[in-house]
Design a protein around this ligand. Structure first.
Ligand SMILES: [Ca+2]
Ligand SMILES: [Ca+2]
Ligand SMILES: [Ca+2]
Ligand SMILES: [Ca+2]
Length: 155
């Protein structure tokens, strides 16, 4: 019986720890876009609306944030190079990397549940279609042929 109770306690501890480590290793957080500084920027706040932090800061359009499943990165859309591109940054706003690079709209990124892939919209061949790429921006494949946008993975 004692052993059973011990394993129950251990299980609870492990569950709590996994839960706390999952997502963003801490309290639940929310990423969002806001125009409060005059143009669109990405912000993060705690789930109760407190502790708001601004992650992007420029005069361009930054929005449509998407958390990586491990909570460590945020993919987003920005037109800072003149048209929409998909970018990814660390969850504190540092280490910004551009994943797409062309002269037409790319945006609305969404992470696959395993964190390996990002789906997004692109007008690179005309109408908006859904594409997928590795989370480093390589190996781009087109998924739709007859138009598509705002794609999201099932969790
Ligand atoms: Ca700004
Ligand atoms: Ca901005
Ligand atoms: Ca683009
Ligand atoms: Ca561009």
């Amino acid at each position: 019986m004692l052993r059973f109770v011990r394993s129950l306690i251990l299980c609870s501890l492990v569950s709590v720890s996994v839960f706390a480590c999952g997502g963003s290793s801490g309290p639940a957080q929310i990423a969002f876009q806001s125009e409060r500084d005059g143009d669109k920027e990405i912000f993060v706040m705690d789930a109760d609306g407190t502790n708001v932090r601004q992650l992007t800061d420029n005069d361009d359009w930054d929005g449509i944030p998407s958390w990586s499943p491990d909570g460590k990165k945020i993919a987003f859309t920005s037109d800072r190079d003149g048209d929409g591109e998909v970018f990814v940054m660390d969850a504190d706003g540092t280490n910004v990397r551009q994943l797409t690079d062309n002269d037409v709209y790319d945006g609305f990124p969404s992470w696959s549940p395993d964190g390996e892939l990002i789906i997004f919209d692109s007008e690179r061949y005309g109408d908006k279609e859904i594409f997928v790429m590795d989370s480093e921006g390589t190996n781009v494949r087109q998924l739709t042929q007859q138009g598509g946008t705002f794609a999201v993975y099932k969790p």
